[in-house]
Write a protein that binds this ligand. Structure first.
Ligand SMILES: O=C(O)[C@H]1O[C@H](OP(=O)(O)OP(=O)(O)OC[C@H]2O[C@@H](n3ccc(=O)[nH]c3=O)[C@H](O)[C@@H]2O)[C@H](O)[C@@H](O)[C@H]1O
Length: 411
């Protein structure tokens, strides 16, 4: 089985295996044939990521907090962004079935998404090209496979880009989420849903570390506001339709196969090119810091959330009883100043950065994030183990390898 860390990091080196589209343990040829038809039928290329699961007997190694009765699930999921790729790969590795959906949009370099797709296909994860706003497509998928779980990681990410393209946040994070929930509430059986919220919902909250009980009614960006809206929408669908919903507040996730729009990624690129980088500081030279969280830790949190998710209680679009509704912080619990992030990158890259210290622009960024993870620790067995230095070392190794191919030279 291919492990994502040991896999070749350049797309050209990843040999596509057509047969690996068919992760048929429990699904069979009929299922594959239908999926192939679906792909052709739905070529509305939008761009998102989800993860599904299908009940079938399969061994799995999961977190200690997981309900043993759920260990026999084989999982099908949708995925192909940064977090989705890693989660899908981990699920597949432990024997779950996974189906992904992604619209491969161009918010950032689509060739990176295609490279992740090639990697996933090699592990047996098939990705349908489509958008979560496409209700007919989602209904078709549920007709083909009675998914037990949906891992919803499809979103317009990025805090600062929300000022440039506000509509894309509404489209993906609100309309897309509602569309998905509309489909999930009406299918039978209803799946349990785990989805990505964000540390940004804490907004202007100054009480640290951030606890799930703290106020989240002061978002500093439209991105944060749409994630917060997602949490309220989740409440509604849980309340009315009995959908089991778990929101995960991710704290600045980084690592190999990451997002080029994030600071650690484009700092690496710019330092190597000898370009100046902007390092934000708060008023009165205040430190700007993030609770940077390594992707492998986030994956463990996602799997813990899936494995402890209870069944939805509704059927035929009607609630039959109270259902699970949860929100967890998934952070690292040790904030690091952005200037220190740059120092670590300088050491790893052996190149001095050209630093341009500038005042934090009014662009939606908050000064500081810090997760209290005791709830996730208790309920999900979540325990981050990777510090920023070790995580960035793995990222830089991947980055240099991935972009060392002539075709993928750093622009
Ligand atoms: O936790 C989240 O929920 C979010 O995490 C991430 O947002 P952020 O924490 O803002 O990460 P990122 O952009 O890498 O900036 C990191 C730091 O560099 C600073 N920063 C940034 C740019 C720059 O030019 N200079 C600079 O100092 C900047 O001020 C910040 O302090 C995800 O992108 C987002 O999708 C969401 O998931």
């Amino acid at each position: 089985m291919l492990h994502i860390d040991s896999a070749p990091s350049t797309p050209g080196k990843v040999k596509m295996e057509k047969s690996s589209y068919f992760f048929t343990r429990g699904g069979g040829a009929r299922w594959h044939y239908s999926l192939a038809k679906l792909t052709v039928w739905s070529f509305a290329f939008l761009a998102l990521i989800l993860i599904f699961f299908l009940r079938s007997p399969a061994p799995s190694t999961i977190t200690s907090a997981a309900d043993p009765s759920r260990r026999s699930l084989r999982n099908y999921n949708w995925a192909a962004g940064f977090v989705g790729t890693h989660v899908s790969s981990a699920l597949k590795r432990r024997g779950d079935g996974v189906l992904g959906i992604d619209n491969f949009n161009d918010y950032y370099d689509p060739s990176l998404k295609r490279a992740r797709q090639a990697l996933l296909e090699r592990t047996g994860v098939f990705i349908v090209e489509g958008d979560i706003n496409d209700e007919a497509l989602l209904r078709k998928l549920f007709e083909v496979v009675p998914f037990t779980h949906v891992m919803h990681l499809a979103a317009q990410a990025g805090v600062r880009y929300a000022m440039e393209n506000p509509g894309s946040y509404v489209h993906s994070n609100i309309a897309g989420f509602v569309n998905l929930l509309e489909v999930c509430k009406s299918v039978n059986p209803q799946p349990a849903i785990v989805w990505a919220s964000s540390s940004s919902v804490y907004g202007l909250n100054t009480k640290v570390p951030f606890s799930e009980k703290d106020r989240t009614d002061q978002p500093a960006s439209l991105y944060a506001a749409t994630k917060k809206a997602g949490e309220e929408i989740a409440h509604t669908y849980n309340h009315i339709y009995g959908l089991s919903l778990t929101g995960l507040r991710f704290f600045t996730v980084y690592g190999p196969w990451g997002r080029p729009d994030m600071a650690y990624f484009f700092f690496t690129k710019d330092i190597l090119k000898g370009k100046q980088i902007a390092i934000f500081e708060a008023a009165n030279h205040g430190t700007v810091a993030r609770d940077f969280t390594y992707i492998d830790d986030i994956v463990k949190g996602c799997l813990g959330a899936l494995d402890t998710a209870e069944k939805s209680t509704g059927s035929g679009g009607k609630k039959r009883g109270p259902a699970q509704l949860r929100v967890f912080n998934l952070g690292n619990t040790s904030p690091v100043p952005v200037s220190e992030l740059v120092s670590i990158l300088e050491r790893l890259l052996k190149v001095k950065a050209k630093r341009n210290i500038m005042k934090l622009p009014r662009n939606g960024d908050v000064q500081y994030t810090h997760a209290n993870i005791s709830y996730a620790q208790r309920e999900l067995g979540y325990k981050p183990t990777t510090d920023l230095q070790s995580g960035l070392k793995k990222f830089v190794r991947w980055y240099l390898n991935y972009y060392s191919d002539g075709k993928k030279a750093v622009e």
